[in-house]
Ligand binder design. Structure first.
Ligand SMILES: Cc1ncc(COP(=O)(O)O)c(C=O)c1O
Length: 404
C-alpha cells in the first residue's frame, strides 16, 4: 500500500508541474471580464460636478458611495469609498484606534494590552495586521455557521483588553463558513467589558456565490443599531474580486459617528482617493443588478474549478480516515483538514511535486496551527485542466504524508 502510494506520487512528480496556489487570486479570464473598465471616460465630472482629476472628496464620489450603499444595504452617508484595498482600510482603522481611540474612547495604546478575538481557521493577513501592530490574538473556533458564541460571549464579557474581533461573515477564508443570523444577533447584542469594542466585519465575499443558492446574511449594522450598540461594527468590502484585484475600489460602512471619526483621521493621511478609478467603476458596475450579472461571469469560471477539486478529493481522499474538506457555497477557498500533524509535511511534498500552497499554519494567529491539520486550497488562479491535476497532486502528497 505504502509502496503503491509512493510510486503514484513519484509518477506525478515526473510531470514537472509548476503551479502557485498560495493565494486566492482571480484568474486572467476573470480579469478579462472587466476590460471595459479601460474604455475612455465620456467625461471626468462626477454627478455633483466634481472634476475627478483633481484633489478632494475624501469620503469618495457621491455616486460611488451610492453604489456601495446599494450593494451593502446602507445609506450612502454611512459609506466611505476609498482607493483599491479594503485591507488598507482595516489596517488604518486599527492604527487610528490605537493612536487616537475610537469615538468616545481613549487610545488603545494607552490601555495595554490590546487583544483581538480571531476565529480560526481565519485569514492570515488579518493576523499579520495584529502581529505587526502589537495586538495580542486569542483564537476562537469557527464552525460552519460562525464562531463558538458561548466562548466569544464569555471572553468579551470578562476581559476589557479585548477591543475587537475579526469576522469574515460570508464564505469565510479559508473554510467558507457563513455566519447564521442568530450568531450575528448575538455578536451585536453581547455585553463587552470593553466599551470601545469593535467588530472588524470583513465582507470580502459578499457577492461571490459559487452555487445556485445565493446566501444572504443578516445586516450587522442594523443588528448592532437595534441592540443599542450602533458603533460596534465596521464593515469592509471591495471590488478586488469583482473587477480587478489591486485596481478596484474599496469601501467602509459604519455608523454616522464612526464615519465622522474615520473621515477626520483619514483626512490627515490623504487629500482624497483616486476618484478617476471610482468614476470608471461606477460607470461600469452601475448598480447591484449589473454587479450580480458580472458575478455570474466569475461564477461560471470559478465553479468548475471548485467542482474539479471536490471530485479529485472525493475520488482520492474520500475513504482516508481523519481527512475532510469543506464544500463552500461561495468565496475563494476550500479548507482541507488532515489528521493532526500532517499538514506541514503534505505541503512540503506538494511543493516537491511543483505545487506551491499557502504555508501550513497561515490560517492561525502567529502562523501556528496547534494541530498542524489545515491546508488552504485556492482553486481560482490555475486553469481548469491544471486545477484537476493540482488537486490530484495535493491528494497524493497527503496520502504519502500519512503513509510514511
Ligand atoms: C477575507 C479577505 N479579506 C480581504 C481580502 C483582501 O481584500 P482587498 O483586496 O480589498 O484588500 C482578502 C483577499 O484574499 C480576503 O480573503
Amino acid at each position: 500500500m505504502t509502496q503503491a502510494v509512493a510510486e503514484h506520487y513519484q509518477a506525478f512528480k515526473q510531470r514537472g508541474l509548476k503551479l502557485d496556489m498560495s493565494r486566492g487570486k482571480p484568474a486572467p479570464e476573470q480579469l478579462d471580464l472587466s476590460d471595459a473598465l479601460m474604455g475612455p471616460l465620456a467625461s471626468y465630472a462626477a454627478d455633483d460636478g466634481t472634476d475627478c482629476r483633481n484633489y478632494g472628496l475624501g469620503v469618495g464620489l457621491p455616486e460611488a458611495r451610492a453604489l456601495f450603499g446599494a450593494l451593502l444595504g446602507v445609506p450612502p452617508a454611512q459609506v466611505v469609498v476609498d482607493s483599491s484595498a479594503s485591507l488598507s482600510l482595516m489596517h488604518d482603522v486599527i492604527v487610528y484606534a490605537l493612536l487616537n481611540g475610537v469615538p468616545g474612547g481613549t487610545p488603545w495604546v494607552t490601555q495595554q494590552p490590546v487583544s483581538f478575538l480571531c476565529p480560526v481557521p481565519g485569514y492570515d493577513r488579518h493576523f499579520s495586521i495584529c502581529e505587526a501592530r502589537g495586538i495580542k490574538m486569542i483564537s476562537v473556533p469557527l464552525g460552519e455557521d460562525g464562531p463558538d458564541m458561548d466562548l466569544v460571549e464569555r471572553l468579551v464579557a470578562a476581559d476589557a483588553s479585548i477591543k475587537g474581533m475579526w469576522c469574515v461573515p460570508k464564505y469565510s477564508n479559508p473554510s467558507g463558513a457563513v455566519y447564521a443570523d442568530a450568531v450575528i444577533a448575538r455578536l451585536a447584542q453581547m455585553p463587552t467589558a470593553a466599551p470601545d469594542f469593535r467588530l472588524m466585519w470583513d465582507d470580502a465575499y459578499r457577492f461571490h456565490h459559487l452555487g445556485d443558492n445565493k446566501t444572504e446574511i443578516a445586516d450587522v449594522l442594523a443588528a448592532c443599531a437595534a441592540a443599542g450598540n450602533p458603533d460596534r461594527a465596521i464593515v469592509f468590502a471591495s471590488t478586488s474580486k469583482v473587477s480587478w484585484a489591486g485596481s478596484g475600489i474599496a469601501a467602509l460602512a459604519a455608523s454616522p459617528a464612526n464615519i465622522a471619526w474615520w473621515t477626520k483621521h483619514a483626512g490627515v493621511r490623504s487629500i482624497g482617493p483616486d476618484k478617476i478609478n471610482q468614476l470608471r467603476h461606477v460607470r461600469y458596475l452601475k448598480d447591484p443588478a449589473t454587479v450580480a450579472a458580472l458575478m455570474e461571469g466569475h461564477r461560471s469560471l470559478l465553479a468548475p474549478k471548485f467542482d474539479a477539486v471536490q471530485q479529485q478529493f472525493a475520488e482520492l481522499l474520500g475513504d482516508v480516515p481523519g481527512v475532510s474538506w469543506t464544500r463552500p457555497a461561495g468565496g475563494y477557498f476550500i479548507d482541507l483538514v488532515t489528521p493532526p500533524g500532517a499538514a506541514k509535511r503534505t505541503i512540503a511534498l506538494a511543493k516537491e511535486a511543483g505545487i506551491t500552497l499557502t504555508p501550513a499554519g497561515a490560517a492561525y494567529p502567529y502562523g501556528v496551527d496547534p494541530e498542524d491539520s489545515h491546508i488552504r486550497i485556492a482553486p481560482s488562479y490555475p486553469s481548469l485542466s491544471e486545477i484537476a491535476l493540482a488537486a490530484q497532486g495535493i491528494a497524493l502528497s497527503l496520502k504519502l504524508a500519512l503513509a510514511t
